[in-house]
Design a binder for this molecule. Structure first.
Ligand SMILES: Nc1ncnc2c1ncn2[C@@H]1O[C@H](COP(=O)(O)OP(=O)(O)OP(=O)(O)O)[C@@H](O)[C@H]1O
Ligand SMILES: [Mg+2]
Length: 482
């Protein structure tokens, strides 16, 4: 076996290459050096310290393998010794340093910085996951009372198509309807089942920039990123802006910037455009119209870029009037109206969902029409022990209060304009937008903003805002409501 292996080893192609006669190394054999004839220990002691190691190494090249092995061993041992020495020296120095205040301070800063970096990385990663989950898992709260819920199939389908826009869709949308027609309920009912939607509701008395920014941050699970301590310090000195910028507009910008980034990611991952739903924006038109303008402009830009689609949910009146009068309305796509239940649906709701007798249901419908919010509150009043006449008085008092606040009670300045419009609607059930503006002139927008008359944007008819309002105005102008 051995023999055959040896036999297979090929000859060197050039035997002269390693020949002592020819090899360039051996041409300068150490025997030719004068120092070679001096015994090694003597030679080592005769050369300066810094040459010794080099000299040994140099000799080890030419000496026998046995000599070389023992020399390597010595080197290794030397190296270990040196390491031990340095380690000892280093730990003594560190120990000494740590016993001084300065050293202890340095060590604390070092340890603090390392743990701060780890903490910063960890918390920012968790933050990123939360932000992604807001869109990926769906973030629309479900409706609370499902037992009484009336399925409105046509409206549900239309809302679903608005909340799931086509990838190439480049407009923002509006869902509009009078107070209590069920916009919020339907949007939440449909949106809760879908992903890729961020839902922000403007709560009562929360229309300031700060409240809105905080509400959006909450819905989006947005928190300020954690900063490394040095960034904070630089920001404090005004050298960097990374960790400050706590004024409210900046907060809004930061939340929107982050939403912008996450929307892009969502679109790449899912091949769909995410949707931002802003509910109850009529509260902004009332208390903070500038913010509504900003949001409309951002909605236009986002639609242009195809980053996300905004859906404004609002009652009729000020908000749609304000939004439609601006140039950004050029990108307004669908305007979907959510109206009242018709007679049949309302009676079905009262009898079968709320357990009201047929005769009382007819009476309730005569008082409030098919407005879900009013149907619900009338039933609650009746259940709390009030009789029907009391409930009627209560609702008509509320309507008269709206008229009084608008300066339209008996001797008010708008009466001359409002009266012919009211009489026309009481007679014909509605008035065309053209006729309405012919009579109201420049006061038309104001009349449509005060919850007496109502017009769905982009439609041509004007009605009374509610059935109780119709009854109250009828009593005022001396004509019974139809
Ligand atoms: N489909 C429905 N089935 C049963 N009840 C409903 C339905 N839609 C709305 N309601 C009830 O009607 C009331 C008003 O609904 P909602 O708040 O959704 O109306 P809205 O149009 O958003 O009102 P607003 O303009 O004031 O915000 C609520 O009490 C709600 O429970
Ligand atoms: Mg609502």
């Amino acid at each position: 076996m051995m023999a055959s292996r040896v036999a297979r080893i090929p000859h060197y192609t050039s035997p002269y290459l390693f020949s002592p006669r020819i090899s360039p190394t051996l041409r300068f054999h150490p025997h030719q050096l004068p120092a070679f004839h001096v015994p090694l220990p003597q030679f080592q002691s005769s050369v300066p310290n810094y040459f010794r190691q080099g000299t040994q190494r140099g000799f080890s090249m030419w000496e026998s393998p046995a000599w070389s092995r023992s020399s390597g061993h010595i080197h290794w041992q030397n190296f270990l010794k040196k390491c031990q020495k340095s380690h000892k020296w280093f730990s003594e120095k560190i120990k000494a340093l740590l016993q001084t205040n300065f050293g202890l301070g340095l060590a604390t800063i070092f340890a603090g910085s390392v743990s701060n970096v780890v903490y910063t990385q960890y918390t920012n990663r968790i933050r990123e996951i939360k932000l992604q989950s807001a869109l990926a898992m769906g973030a629309v709260p479900d409706i609370e009372r499902k037992v009484n819920f009336v399925e409105r199939l046509g409206a549900t389908k239309a809302i679903e198509s608005i909340l799931k826009p086509h990838i190439d869709y480049e407009h923002y949308n509006m869902i509009v309807g009078n107070h209590g027609t069920g916009k919020t309920t339907l949007v939440r009912h449909v949106g809760h089942k879908l992903d890729g939607i961020l839902y922000v509701s403007i709560r009562p008395n929360c229309a300031s920039d700060k409240s809105f920014a905080e509400e959006m941050a909450k819905a989006f699970h947005w928190t300020s990123p954690t900063h490394f301590w040095l960034d904070r310090l630089l920001a404090y000195w005004g050298i960097s802006t990374a960790a400050t910028a706590d004024d409210t507009r900046a907060l809004l910008d930061r939340v929107f910037n982050e939403f912008h980034n996450q929307a892009k990611l969502f679109k790449i991952k899912n091949g769909r455009t995410p949707v931002l739903v802003l509910d109850n924006v009529n509260r902004l038109a009332q208390d903070n119209p500038k913010l509504l303008n900003v949001l409309q402009d951002m909605a236009k830009d986002a639609a242009d870029d195809g980053t996300y689609i905004t859906v404004f949910v609002t009652s009729e009146g000020k908000a749609p009037i304000q939004m439609l009068s601006r140039s950004s309305s050029s990108r307004l796509g669908k305007v979907m109206e959510i109206g009242d239940l018709n007679h049949e649906e309302a009676i079905d709701f009262l009898c079968n969902k709320r357990g009201i007798s047929k005769s009382t249901s007819q009476e309730i419908y005569g008082l409030v029409g098919g407005r879900l919010g009013l149907l619900g509150s009338t039933i609650n009043e009746l259940h709390s022990g009030q009789n029907f006449t009391d409930v009627r008085t209560l609702l008509l008092t509320d309507a008269k209060k709206v008229l009084r606040n608008a300066g339209m009670d008996q001797k008010a300045q708008f009466e001359p304009i409002a009266k012919p419009i009211a009489q026309f609607i009481l007679k014909h059930g509605r008035i065309s937008l053209d006729d309405f503006y012919k009579i109201a002139g420049a006061q038309g927008d104001k009349l449509l903003s005060i919850d007496v008359f109502t017009n769905v944007p982009r439609t041509e008819w004007v009605f009374f805002d509610t059935r109780p309002m119709e009854i109250a105005v009828g009593a005022l102008v001396g004509e019974a409501a139809g």
